[in-house]
Design a protein around this ligand. Structure first.
Ligand SMILES: NC(=O)c1ccc[n+]([C@@H]2O[C@H](COP(=O)([O-])OP(=O)(O)OC[C@H]3O[C@@H](n4cnc5c(N)ncnc54)[C@H](OP(=O)(O)O)[C@@H]3O)[C@@H](O)[C@H]2O)c1
Length: 257
Protein backbone atom coordinates (compact mmCIF):
# COMPACT_ATOMS: atom_id res chain seq x y z
CA UNK A 1 0.00 0.00 0.00
CA UNK A 2 1.48 3.36 -1.02
CA UNK A 3 0.56 6.27 1.26
CA UNK A 4 1.42 9.90 0.49
CA UNK A 5 1.78 12.15 3.53
CA UNK A 6 1.35 15.72 2.29
CA UNK A 7 3.08 17.96 4.82
CA UNK A 8 5.29 14.98 5.68
CA UNK A 9 8.11 17.21 6.99
CA UNK A 10 5.94 18.98 9.59
CA UNK A 11 5.48 18.30 13.31
CA UNK A 12 2.72 15.71 12.81
CA UNK A 13 3.74 14.69 9.28
CA UNK A 14 7.29 13.60 10.20
CA UNK A 15 6.02 11.48 13.11
CA UNK A 16 3.29 9.98 10.92
CA UNK A 17 5.74 9.07 8.13
CA UNK A 18 7.95 7.27 10.68
CA UNK A 19 5.03 5.35 12.20
CA UNK A 20 3.68 4.22 8.83
CA UNK A 21 7.14 3.10 7.64
CA UNK A 22 7.60 1.15 10.90
CA UNK A 23 4.39 -0.68 9.97
CA UNK A 24 5.91 -1.70 6.63
CA UNK A 25 4.05 0.75 4.38
CA UNK A 26 5.51 2.46 1.32
CA UNK A 27 5.34 6.14 2.29
CA UNK A 28 6.12 9.31 0.36
CA UNK A 29 6.74 12.42 2.49
CA UNK A 30 5.56 15.20 0.20
CA UNK A 31 6.12 18.92 0.81
CA UNK A 32 7.87 21.89 -0.86
CA UNK A 33 11.14 20.61 0.64
CA UNK A 34 10.83 17.51 -1.57
CA UNK A 35 9.49 19.43 -4.61
CA UNK A 36 5.76 18.89 -3.97
CA UNK A 37 3.66 22.03 -3.69
CA UNK A 38 -0.11 21.82 -3.19
CA UNK A 39 -0.55 25.51 -4.04
CA UNK A 40 0.94 25.21 -7.52
CA UNK A 41 0.36 21.49 -8.14
CA UNK A 42 4.11 20.99 -8.68
CA UNK A 43 5.17 17.37 -8.12
CA UNK A 44 1.68 16.17 -7.05
CA UNK A 45 0.99 13.89 -10.04
CA UNK A 46 4.29 12.05 -9.58
CA UNK A 47 3.95 11.79 -5.79
CA UNK A 48 0.40 10.39 -6.02
CA UNK A 49 1.04 7.90 -8.83
CA UNK A 50 -0.02 4.43 -7.59
CA UNK A 51 -1.06 5.71 -4.14
CA UNK A 52 -4.14 4.29 -2.45
CA UNK A 53 -4.24 6.84 0.38
CA UNK A 54 -3.24 10.49 0.79
CA UNK A 55 -2.99 12.18 4.18
CA UNK A 56 -3.12 15.98 4.35
CA UNK A 57 -1.23 17.34 7.36
CA UNK A 58 -0.14 20.60 5.72
CA UNK A 59 -0.40 23.95 7.42
CA UNK A 60 -0.43 27.47 6.08
CA UNK A 61 2.79 29.48 6.51
CA UNK A 62 0.64 32.56 7.24
CA UNK A 63 -2.36 32.66 9.60
CA UNK A 64 -3.54 36.08 8.36
CA UNK A 65 -7.28 35.78 7.50
CA UNK A 66 -7.13 36.05 3.69
CA UNK A 67 -3.82 34.18 3.35
CA UNK A 68 -4.86 31.18 5.43
CA UNK A 69 -8.22 30.87 3.62
CA UNK A 70 -6.45 31.03 0.25
CA UNK A 71 -3.95 28.41 1.41
CA UNK A 72 -6.47 25.79 2.61
CA UNK A 73 -8.91 26.35 -0.30
CA UNK A 74 -6.27 26.24 -3.04
CA UNK A 75 -4.22 23.47 -1.48
CA UNK A 76 -7.24 21.23 -0.78
CA UNK A 77 -8.79 21.77 -4.24
CA UNK A 78 -5.51 20.93 -5.99
CA UNK A 79 -4.87 17.92 -3.81
CA UNK A 80 -8.36 16.49 -4.33
CA UNK A 81 -8.16 17.06 -8.11
CA UNK A 82 -4.80 15.31 -8.40
CA UNK A 83 -6.00 12.50 -6.11
CA UNK A 84 -9.06 11.94 -8.31
CA UNK A 85 -6.81 11.77 -11.40
CA UNK A 86 -4.54 9.25 -9.64
CA UNK A 87 -7.55 7.18 -8.43
CA UNK A 88 -6.66 7.61 -4.75
CA UNK A 89 -9.22 5.76 -2.63
CA UNK A 90 -8.85 7.42 0.78
CA UNK A 91 -8.26 11.09 1.63
CA UNK A 92 -7.37 11.68 5.30
CA UNK A 93 -7.13 15.23 6.63
CA UNK A 94 -6.20 16.70 9.99
CA UNK A 95 -8.50 19.41 11.30
CA UNK A 96 -9.26 20.90 14.71
CA UNK A 97 -11.83 20.01 17.39
CA UNK A 98 -14.40 22.79 17.82
CA UNK A 99 -13.80 24.34 14.38
CA UNK A 100 -17.51 25.23 13.96
CA UNK A 101 -17.49 26.96 17.39
CA UNK A 102 -14.47 29.13 16.55
CA UNK A 103 -15.54 30.73 13.28
CA UNK A 104 -14.85 34.29 14.40
CA UNK A 105 -11.26 33.34 13.65
CA UNK A 106 -10.03 33.40 10.05
CA UNK A 107 -7.91 30.32 10.72
CA UNK A 108 -10.95 28.23 11.67
CA UNK A 109 -13.02 29.57 8.76
CA UNK A 110 -10.21 28.27 6.57
CA UNK A 111 -10.22 24.84 8.29
CA UNK A 112 -14.01 24.63 7.82
CA UNK A 113 -13.61 25.50 4.13
CA UNK A 114 -11.04 22.69 3.88
CA UNK A 115 -13.45 20.21 5.54
CA UNK A 116 -16.34 21.27 3.26
CA UNK A 117 -14.27 20.77 0.10
CA UNK A 118 -13.36 17.27 1.25
CA UNK A 119 -17.00 16.40 2.02
CA UNK A 120 -18.11 17.70 -1.39
CA UNK A 121 -15.48 15.72 -3.32
CA UNK A 122 -15.98 12.26 -4.81
CA UNK A 123 -13.06 10.75 -2.90
CA UNK A 124 -13.84 8.59 0.17
CA UNK A 125 -12.46 10.41 3.22
CA UNK A 126 -11.77 10.49 6.93
CA UNK A 127 -11.54 13.89 8.63
CA UNK A 128 -9.63 13.70 11.92
CA UNK A 129 -10.29 16.58 14.29
CA UNK A 130 -7.63 16.83 17.00
CA UNK A 131 -7.45 19.02 20.09
CA UNK A 132 -4.42 21.31 20.55
CA UNK A 133 -1.03 19.60 20.65
CA UNK A 134 1.09 19.74 23.85
CA UNK A 135 3.84 21.11 21.60
CA UNK A 136 1.54 24.07 20.80
CA UNK A 137 0.98 25.15 24.43
CA UNK A 138 4.01 27.45 24.49
CA UNK A 139 2.77 29.18 21.33
CA UNK A 140 -0.58 29.85 23.06
CA UNK A 141 1.30 31.54 25.93
CA UNK A 142 3.40 33.58 23.51
CA UNK A 143 0.47 34.96 21.47
CA UNK A 144 -1.44 35.78 24.68
CA UNK A 145 1.44 37.74 26.25
CA UNK A 146 1.30 41.47 26.89
CA UNK A 147 4.50 42.69 28.55
CA UNK A 148 5.21 40.15 31.31
CA UNK A 149 1.60 39.01 31.67
CA UNK A 150 -0.23 36.21 29.87
CA UNK A 151 -3.98 36.79 29.79
CA UNK A 152 -6.10 33.69 29.22
CA UNK A 153 -9.67 32.46 29.77
CA UNK A 154 -10.39 29.51 32.10
CA UNK A 155 -11.92 27.55 29.21
CA UNK A 156 -11.80 23.75 29.38
CA UNK A 157 -8.85 22.35 27.46
CA UNK A 158 -7.95 18.76 26.57
CA UNK A 159 -4.66 18.86 24.65
CA UNK A 160 -2.75 15.82 23.38
CA UNK A 161 0.80 14.82 22.45
CA UNK A 162 1.78 15.18 18.78
CA UNK A 163 3.02 11.58 19.02
CA UNK A 164 -0.52 10.42 19.92
CA UNK A 165 -2.02 12.55 17.12
CA UNK A 166 0.28 10.84 14.63
CA UNK A 167 -0.55 7.40 16.06
CA UNK A 168 -4.30 8.00 15.71
CA UNK A 169 -3.93 9.29 12.14
CA UNK A 170 -1.77 6.28 11.22
CA UNK A 171 -4.49 3.88 12.44
CA UNK A 172 -7.18 5.78 10.53
CA UNK A 173 -5.08 5.99 7.34
CA UNK A 174 -4.56 2.21 7.42
CA UNK A 175 -8.29 1.57 7.85
CA UNK A 176 -11.26 2.10 5.54
CA UNK A 177 -12.58 5.63 4.92
CA UNK A 178 -15.26 6.57 7.47
CA UNK A 179 -16.74 9.31 5.22
CA UNK A 180 -17.25 11.23 8.44
CA UNK A 181 -15.39 13.15 11.12
CA UNK A 182 -13.51 11.42 13.94
CA UNK A 183 -12.49 13.39 17.03
CA UNK A 184 -9.33 12.73 19.02
CA UNK A 185 -8.16 14.38 22.24
CA UNK A 186 -5.91 14.10 25.27
CA UNK A 187 -6.57 11.83 28.27
CA UNK A 188 -7.22 14.69 30.75
CA UNK A 189 -9.14 17.95 30.91
CA UNK A 190 -7.62 21.13 32.30
CA UNK A 191 -8.47 24.82 32.47
CA UNK A 192 -6.50 26.64 29.78
CA UNK A 193 -5.19 29.37 32.12
CA UNK A 194 -4.10 26.80 34.73
CA UNK A 195 -2.34 24.56 32.22
CA UNK A 196 -0.36 27.45 30.76
CA UNK A 197 0.61 28.49 34.32
CA UNK A 198 1.95 24.97 34.96
CA UNK A 199 3.78 24.88 31.64
CA UNK A 200 5.49 28.25 32.23
CA UNK A 201 6.42 27.33 35.83
CA UNK A 202 8.01 24.05 34.69
CA UNK A 203 10.06 26.02 32.15
CA UNK A 204 11.05 28.57 34.84
CA UNK A 205 9.42 31.22 32.64
CA UNK A 206 8.68 34.25 34.88
CA UNK A 207 5.56 35.40 33.00
CA UNK A 208 2.44 35.68 35.16
CA UNK A 209 -0.82 34.14 33.93
CA UNK A 210 -3.89 36.31 34.54
CA UNK A 211 -7.24 34.47 34.43
CA UNK A 212 -9.81 36.53 32.57
CA UNK A 213 -13.07 35.10 31.19
CA UNK A 214 -12.99 37.70 28.39
CA UNK A 215 -9.34 37.20 27.44
CA UNK A 216 -9.00 36.17 23.82
CA UNK A 217 -7.71 32.90 22.42
CA UNK A 218 -6.05 33.72 19.07
CA UNK A 219 -8.15 36.87 18.82
CA UNK A 220 -11.54 35.42 19.73
CA UNK A 221 -13.56 34.83 22.90
CA UNK A 222 -14.12 31.12 23.53
CA UNK A 223 -16.96 29.56 25.50
CA UNK A 224 -16.22 27.10 28.30
CA UNK A 225 -16.52 23.95 26.17
CA UNK A 226 -15.48 25.34 22.76
CA UNK A 227 -12.11 23.55 22.72
CA UNK A 228 -13.08 20.15 24.14
CA UNK A 229 -14.02 17.11 22.06
CA UNK A 230 -17.25 15.11 22.07
CA UNK A 231 -17.75 12.26 24.56
CA UNK A 232 -17.03 9.68 21.85
CA UNK A 233 -13.57 11.12 21.04
CA UNK A 234 -10.69 8.63 20.88
CA UNK A 235 -8.20 9.61 23.60
CA UNK A 236 -4.41 9.59 23.51
CA UNK A 237 -2.40 7.98 26.33
CA UNK A 238 0.35 10.51 27.03
CA UNK A 239 -0.27 12.64 30.13
CA UNK A 240 0.71 16.28 30.03
CA UNK A 241 2.90 16.12 33.18
CA UNK A 242 4.90 13.18 31.77
CA UNK A 243 5.36 14.94 28.43
CA UNK A 244 6.33 18.22 30.16
CA UNK A 245 8.87 16.48 32.40
CA UNK A 246 10.53 15.01 29.33
CA UNK A 247 10.30 18.24 27.32
CA UNK A 248 11.90 20.33 30.08
CA UNK A 249 14.64 17.77 30.81
CA UNK A 250 16.01 17.85 27.29
CA UNK A 251 19.51 19.32 27.38
CA UNK A 252 20.74 21.02 24.17
CA UNK A 253 23.57 19.11 22.49
CA UNK A 254 26.97 20.66 23.12
CA UNK A 255 28.69 21.78 19.94
CA UNK A 256 32.30 20.63 19.57
CA UNK A 257 34.76 23.55 19.98
N1 LIG B 1 -1.40 23.17 16.41
C1 LIG B 1 -2.38 22.46 16.94
O1 LIG B 1 -2.52 22.36 18.17
C2 LIG B 1 -3.35 21.74 16.01
C3 LIG B 1 -4.44 21.07 16.57
C4 LIG B 1 -5.29 20.34 15.71
C5 LIG B 1 -5.04 20.30 14.34
N2 LIG B 1 -3.97 20.99 13.82
C6 LIG B 1 -3.73 20.90 12.36
O2 LIG B 1 -2.62 20.06 12.14
C7 LIG B 1 -2.11 20.29 10.82
C8 LIG B 1 -0.61 20.09 10.82
O3 LIG B 1 0.00 20.91 11.79
P1 LIG B 1 1.58 20.85 12.09
O4 LIG B 1 1.79 21.64 13.34
O5 LIG B 1 2.09 19.44 12.00
O6 LIG B 1 2.15 21.69 10.85
P2 LIG B 1 3.66 22.18 10.59
O7 LIG B 1 4.62 21.54 11.54
O8 LIG B 1 3.62 23.67 10.49
O9 LIG B 1 3.95 21.57 9.13
C9 LIG B 1 3.33 22.07 8.01
C10 LIG B 1 3.65 21.17 6.83
O10 LIG B 1 2.96 21.71 5.69
C11 LIG B 1 3.87 21.71 4.61
N3 LIG B 1 3.48 22.71 3.62
C12 LIG B 1 3.42 24.06 3.75
N4 LIG B 1 3.08 24.63 2.58
C13 LIG B 1 2.89 23.61 1.68
C14 LIG B 1 2.55 23.54 0.32
N5 LIG B 1 2.30 24.65 -0.38
N6 LIG B 1 2.48 22.32 -0.28
C15 LIG B 1 2.71 21.19 0.42
N7 LIG B 1 3.05 21.18 1.72
C16 LIG B 1 3.14 22.38 2.35
C17 LIG B 1 5.22 22.02 5.24
O11 LIG B 1 6.26 21.64 4.32
P3 LIG B 1 7.78 22.24 4.38
O12 LIG B 1 8.37 21.71 5.66
O13 LIG B 1 8.44 21.66 3.18
O14 LIG B 1 7.63 23.73 4.36
C18 LIG B 1 5.15 21.10 6.45
O15 LIG B 1 5.48 19.78 6.10
C19 LIG B 1 -2.60 21.70 10.44
O16 LIG B 1 -3.50 21.61 9.36
C20 LIG B 1 -3.34 22.20 11.68
O17 LIG B 1 -4.49 22.94 11.36
C21 LIG B 1 -3.14 21.70 14.62
Amino acid sequence: MKIVVVGGTGLIGSKLVKKLRERGQEVVAASPTSGVNTLTGEGLADALKGASTAVDVTNSPSWEDAAVLKFFETSTRNLLDYEAAADVQHHVALSVVGTERLLESGFFRAKLAQENLIKASSIPYSIVRATQFFEFVKNIADVSTEGKKVRLPPALFQPMAAEDVAGAIARIALGSPVNDTVEIGGPEQFRLDELIRRDLAARKDPREVISDAHARYYGIEVSERALVPNDDARLGETRFEDWLRQATQQVPHLQPA
